[in-house]
Design a binder for this molecule. Structure first.
Ligand code: DC
Length: 224
């Protein structure tokens, strides 16, 4: 709810960083606090990956993956209170989080034509702003004029422990998977995970979710 003292946020917040930094949770809560919309761009890459897996194309065949993603209809809600992704009209919220999808998403998101298509869709969704956008390349590629532009980090141990808690899985296996995905996401040729020079770095290792959200609310208000 907007109040006179705290009008709805009309800008664009870019939240980038590797997995396990708490990005999704804080991005959603930040959007709610700012009375803004929320866009999870990782969910779009994950939906594209579900499409590629269902089509059975080789994930190293960029041309085939691109063809599948071009014909897939990916719709995502920007309501922080009702996050959902549709692939060709079907909700795929569970499928996009499966181990199979998670293992394949770095390959799909490394295909330049897939990125071009999804970045264009993301820019359309951002539209006139009033939105918190999370991903890997929001401040660097998708919306370089976003303010604030924040890069979330956390120690490798903290990130693995958080993900293991979410997935109720083994910390060592999760740590290995995070390291593998970080390596792929940071080393790919097309828009790799990087920290923009003008991004504010926020290390969440020793902060709880509320502390991170409070700090982001301050940054968003200061950016007005
Ligand atoms: O945030 P996430 O873990 O759900 O993202 C899934 C994958 O998508 C991640 O391995 C990297 C990729 N991704 C990307 O390349 N660019 C984005 N803007 C968001 C996610």
């Amino acid at each position: 709810m907007s109040t006179e003292s705290s009008p709805a946020f009309t800008g664009v917040v870019a939240l980038d960083g590797p997995s396990g930094t708490g990005k999704s949770t804080v991005a959603r809560r930040l959007a709610e606090r700012l009375d803004a919309r929320y866009l999870d761009t990782g969910a779009m890459y994950r939906a594209a990956t579900v499409a590629a897996l269902r089509a059975g194309v080789g994930l190293d065949d960029g041309v085939a993956v691109t063809r599948v993603v071009e014909t897939a209809e990916i719709e995502i809600s920007t309501d922080p209170g009702a996050v959902s992704v549709l692939l060709d009209g079907e909700p795929v919220d569970a499928q996009i989080r499966s181990a199979e999808t998670t293992a394949a998403v770095s390959a799909v998101s490394a295909v330049p034509a897939v990125r071009a298509q999804l970045v264009a869709a993301q820019r359309d969704l951002i539209g006139d702003g009033g939105i918190v956008v999370e991903g890997r390349d929001i401040g660097s590629v998708v919306w370089p004029s976003a303010r604030p532009k924040v890069y979330l980090t956390a120690s490798a141990e903290a990130r693995a422990a958080r993900r293991a808690g979410e997935l109720q899985a083994d910390v060592a296996a999760i740590a290995a998977d995070i390291a593998r995905r970080d390596g792929l996401d940071s080393s790919r040729a097309a828009s790799p995970l990087t920290q923009s020079a003008d991004a504010v770095e926020l290390d969440t290792t020793d902060l709880d979710i509320d502390q991170v959200v409070d700090r982001l609310v301050e940054l968003a208000h200061a950016a007005k």
